[in-house]
Design a protein around this ligand. Sequence first.
Ligand code: ATP
Ligand code: MG
Length: 567
Amino acid sequence: MTNIGSYEERIKNFDWSISSSELEYREGDKINIGWYCSDRICKQGKNDKIALYYKGFGGAEKQYTFNDVRLRSNTIGSFLREIGVVNGDRICLFMDRVPELYFSFLGVLKIGAIVQPLFSAFGDESLYVRLENAQTRAIITQKKHLSKVRKIKDELPHLEFIIIIDHKESHELKDREIALDLERRAPVEELEIYPTEAESPSVLHYTSGTTGQPKGVKHVHYSLLSQYLTTKWVLDLQEEDIYWCTADPGWVTGTSYGIIGPWSLGITQCVLDSGFSAQSWYSFIEEYKVTVWYSAPTAIRSLMKAGDDIIKKYDLSSLRHLASVGEPLNSEAVIWSEKNFGKPFHDSFWQTETGSIMISNYPGMKVKPGSMGKPFPGITGTVLDTKTFEPIREPGKIGLIAFKPGWPAMMRTYWNNEEKYREKFVSGWYLTGDKASIDNEGYFWFIGRDDDVINTGGHLVSPFEVESALLEHPSIAESAVVAKPDDINMEVVKAFVTLKPGVDPGPDLELEIMNFIRKKLSSVAMPQEIEFVDQLPKTRSGKIMRRLLHAKEWGEEIGDISTLEND
Ligand code: ATP
Ligand code: MG
């Protein structure tokens, strides 16, 4: 039996009070995510249940119970209070996926401060822009990242505390630097939780920067209601599950579903803090007997590229439910996972701004490979006409993906940019900036980001559809499709592809691929050109940055590249 039961029934009878009553939260109560994810779980008698299995670089393994998480987050909270951090201060977490990152996340929230997680692979420039924008007061980091902080701290007068979690006594601490040795500090048994309320700010997340300059998205503690219930119903987490979310907490998936969702449900999760390889991922699933796996298309495509033979070397029979987010999930990936794991990846669509899953394929519901699924119960989602902003009733017609505001995890503003925030709302709808169509059964089909959809001689072409067709070709590992200038049609389709190992590019292959996709695509959607490349430009969160390829084709400025993977 799945947690969601019948999707149709859930939709009919839905009310967010389902979530608040399970969380024993009543309007006007204090609500603190840090407390909910640790203290409350312990109060439910799960002190000794494992909250976190951790495997680090080089294979070091650790495990922590919910009581360990409670105590360690208390200790960090109390330490921050001691040095003078107060509610509302922005505290940046700039660490690899070490256990302290997870404890700090809850510790910061427990004292009412705002947690600002940033991906530790960022260089000093990217770090500077975000710390400056948020006027961050403290940063918690590791020694290995200290040089980046030291480089920029003189230009950051608001940054009063640089807290190092793995400081060795032999190293000299410089101005503003403080060591925090969690293992040596006396655990704080009781911490006074700051009385945060529904609208108290909680997390400040920066978007991926796929379409332009990253935006700081402000969330509040009330988001818990969405994150709790979507985790329960979409990811289907159950008491005995071992859950693996592959996202880094520097991105919203890594906090909404890599910390808040699973731990507010008291679920055991595991973290792999090492670089990607198909071997290490499969052996991690085997070793920890992962049951529920939440990942992203870029990773799935890399696993596909590594081939199917390697899968047979591992026992992956523990896997029960698979889900994906972050980019469109090509139908080929869904079919591949069904073939190799015996179950499909369930696509889910949402954004940093939405804070929680909005559209998804639910456990138990028919999966249509290539579709994002249907709106979460309680979410009114539609596609709007690009000119009138009226909902489109016609199945299959392309429009702007929009939601009726009002779900708990919706962002409250863009940090320092109220104007941009307001621009996201038109005629009572929140505009996502993405396009889709809806079929006659209510399934959403992703088309592309607003700016990526190609208009060739008046016909709209979905880059996703062309990319998916390309991906079905056995030689192609990844693809990105953009508009290229054309005298007659204004825009035509151009494809960039990377090839699987051992395949040589050349005119013969281009012709073969063209013939292959011709059977799948309409004539307007056919690429005029295929360019073979060694790699595609991606954000650090693994998303293809089509705008860079587009800019190159049009001879335009490439804009903000602070989140480019290989900068
Ligand atoms: P920026 O807003 O800075 O350009 P970003 O939009 O990539 O970056 P995120 O909030 O991390 O930042 O990503 C949300 C976006 O990712 C969505 O708006 C959508 O374009 C894409 N996305 C997420 N999930 C899916 C999915 N299942 N199918 C298609 N696209 C998806
Ligand atoms: Mg975005």
